[in-house]
Design a protein around this ligand. Structure first.
Ligand SMILES: Nc1nc2c(ncn2[C@@H]2O[C@H](COP(=O)(O)OP(=O)(O)OP(=O)(O)O)[C@@H](O)[C@H]2O)c(=O)[nH]1
Ligand SMILES: [Mg+2]
Length: 228
């Protein structure tokens, strides 16, 4: 009789905690610094991934969902909560930036211009920025300022992950319809960059799209910056 290999718990190699790291690139992120002015940014070094989007879109919540850590980035019901660039160290050696939101009407014009200048400077001049995560409310899709930002960022062939978040606010059919509408809009506005922009329906609340986003972000980070 043929002997069958029996795999028991003890004969499997032990699972190391960090073996999972490449699939969850934001897990274990640690606060590094927060800056209100581009001149305060730390010197460019490790590859950076930035989360941008309108005020209250859900950037900080998306970061927390991907980091699997509730209070890492400060999320708030009050729009304009993240007024600085907040940088986090990624366990794999990269860096993560939570960018100030734009488009919130109730702050002073002067303040708005200050944040937007900071955001624009960062996105257009930071050469170590390897990819942009653009967070939009799935119910609203891309607004003019989101398109302006994409316009400024694209052109360098760096990838974009568009998270259509708060999907939990819609039913399944509406989620699909909105995601398709967003994809169509992106394709018609940025026809040359269809391959550069990945679109994922997302929800920090339900966890929808979290693993898909992990997979995209893991491909951005160079192998050298992954733990393994
Ligand atoms: N239902 C639902 N609410 C969400 C989701 N993501 C964020 N929110 C809520 O939306 C509000 C804004 O979320 P934040 O993550 O603070 O948004 P932000 O883009 O970081 O905002 P600013 O820092 O002000 O630019 C909070 O009340 C969150 O709880 C989501 O996926 N589903
Ligand atoms: Mg925020």
């Amino acid at each position: 009789m043929k002997k069958r290999a029996i795999v028991t718990e003890s004969s499997r190699p032990p699972k190391r905690d960090d073996e999972k790291a490449p699939e969850m690139p934001l897990r274990g992120a640690m606060f590094e610094t927060a800056v209100a002015d581009a001149s305060q940014l730390p010197p460019q070094g490790p590859p950076e991934i930035a989360f941008a989007g309108r005020s209250n879109a859900g950037k900080s919540s998306a970061i927390n969902a991907l980091a699997r850590e509730r209070g890492l980035a400060h999320a708030s019901r009050t729009p304009g909560r993240t007024q600085q660039i907040v940088l986090f160290d990624l366990r794999g050696g990269g860096r993560l930036a939570d960018l100030p939101g734009y488009g919130y009407a109730a702050v002073s014009r002067e303040q708005k211009e200050r944040w937007q200048e900071l955001l624009w400077q960062y996105v257009t001049t930071r050469t170590t920025l390897i990819g942009l995560v653009l967070v939009v409310d799935i119910r609203h899709g891309l607004r003019a300022m989101d398109e302006d930002l994409l316009e400024g960022f694209l052109g360098s062939a760096r990838p974009v992950l568009l998270l259509a978040t708060k999907a939990d606010k819609l039913g399944r059919a509406q989620q699909r319809a909105q995601a398709a509408a967003i994809a169509q809009r992106v394709a018609s506005t940025f026809p040359r960059y269809a391959d550069t922009i990945a679109i994922e329906p997302f929800s920090a609340t339900s966890g929808l799209g979290v693993e898909a986003a992990d997979r995209v972000l893991a491909t951005w980070l160079p192998a050298s910056s992954k733990r393994g």
